[in-house]
Design a protein around this ligand. Structure first.
Ligand code: NCD
Length: 406
């Protein structure tokens, strides 16, 4: 039982929350409990993280990535399957889930990769996995990208059409070249054209859209999409500051694009970090990707405090919409019947981000010096887990009632 300033149905109320067996039983002014200082928001959900592990433990592990997520107010992540080796069959999928059961600080879910290795038996793989686990999506599907192991084409995509949500990294490979900095070699058109080609086949979940044009195309369809913080907060101008660290896929865009995304924040469906950690040495040889699972909620909460974005929008994009879109029906809102997953913030406690304070294995951040409001407490299924560093992360099984909405 706890009491405080709760974000409930789109505004704040002073009330108490009664928790029973990890779920919210009652919310009301008459409910008494331990007083919590600050504001109580739904804990975030990040449906696009790369926690590496397996053969890339030097970059990140499920343990360190999830600890970083926890410190960023995130209670549930969806990990991406472009691991080494990739998660494209049931054995690897189950192996990874077993690691998560033992090591994850936050609740954990995993997408399946569609690759040339599994394209001809994809329905069988899906059936075996979904008998045990809640599978949010097949993704991150690369469209004949440079990563040969994950190479699939538009034809393979159409085979799984309509069965599962398919999350696509939409950059047309024929328009993508390699070179540094990569924003000079991966033009906006690569994204816009890939989005159009996909929409000719079906509806998808589009990962990390980075251009105004792609957002404007996708929002008119039944497809969903996410935008990552770096495409809103950073631009090609940050090359001067970031130097060798600047590469990310899709690449940083011009200042005008980033400004448009910030100004139109309310139109974004889901905010995801695309947490893609690489060591400094790997960055120096051009590896694309930024860490971000720990800084996303804190930076955007600071923007909400400053009135640059609306707090209701933030909660919608970081908790409510990802829960709805990926079928995590027990998550995403402070509401009777849902899991008691909260992040507690003191809006007065604004801090400058320093890489050395973060918990990812990756020892740097593109947001060095940015102002942020980090959570003071995080509750997962009713248990305070941030201060206590309790590891209660769970994988999401298929018994879980899925209320997927497209
Ligand atoms: C991703 C990664 O490192 O896994 N990097 C990124 O910049 N988003 C893979 C990718 O999307 O290229």
């Amino acid at each position: 039982m706890l009491e405080g300033k709760i974000f409930y149905k789109g505004s704040f109320i002073e009330a108490g929350i009664e928790i029973d067996n990890g779920r919210i039983k009652r919310i009301g002014k008459l409910v008494k409990g331990k007083k919590v200082q600050g504001i109580i928001l739904p804990a975030g959900i990040d449906v696009h993280v790369h926690f590496r592990d397996f053969e890339e433990k030097r970059k990140e592990t499920i343990e360190t990535g999830s600890l970083s997520a926890l410190h960023g107010g995130i209670c549930l992540v969806v990990d991406q399957p472009n691991t080494k080796p990739p998660v494209d069959n049931e054995d690897i999928y189950f192996k990874r889930m077993e690691i998560a059961e033992r090591k994850s600080y936050v609740d954990y879910s995993l997408n399946l990769a569609l690759t040339k290795n599994n394209a001809d038996r994809i329905e069988d793989v899906l059936r075996r996995i979904s008998a045990r686990y809640h599978l949010p999506a097949i993704g991150e599907v690369f469209l004949e990208n440079k990563n040969k192991k994950l190479e699939v084409g538009y034809e393979e995509l159409s085979k799984v059409k309509g069965i599962w949500r398919i999350s696509v990294h939409a950059e047309d490979p024929s328009l993508v070249k390699s070179g540094f900095p990569n924003f000079l070699y991966r033009p906006k058109e690569a994204e816009i054209i890939a989005v159009r080609k996909c929409l000719d086949i079906s509806n998808f979940h589009f990962c990390h859209l980075s251009t105004r044009e792609a957002v404007e195309i996708v929002e008119k369809t039944a497809s969903s999409f996410e935008v990552a913080p770096h495409h809103i907060l950073l631009s090609t101008r940050d090359f001067e500051r970031l130097g060798n660290l600047v590469n990310v896929n899709p690449p940083l865009r011009d200042k005008g694009d980033a400004e448009w995304l910030l100004k139109n924040f309310s139109r974004i469906k889901i905010l995801t970090s695309d947490h893609a950690p690489h060591t400094i040495e790997d960055k120096e040889s051009g590896s694309p990707g930024f860490p971000g699972v720990e800084t996303m909620y804190p930076i955007f909460l600071r923007l909400a405090k400053l009135g640059i974005i609306d707090l209701r929008d933030l909660v919608e994009k970081i908790a409510r919409n990802p829960a709805k879109l990926f079928g995590f029906s027990d998550y995403g809102e402070i509401e009777v019947g849902k899991f008691a997953n909260f992040a507690v913030f003191d809006l007065k406690d604004v801090r400058k981000i320093k890489a050395e304070d973060l918990h990812s294995k990756c020892s740097w951040t593109p947001y060095e010096g940015f102002e942020a409001i980090f959570p003071k407490m995080v509750f997962i299924r009713g248990e305070e887990v941030l201060e206590s560093r309790t590891r209660i992360g769970r994988t999401i099984s298929s018994h879980f009632s899925s209320g997927k909405e497209i």
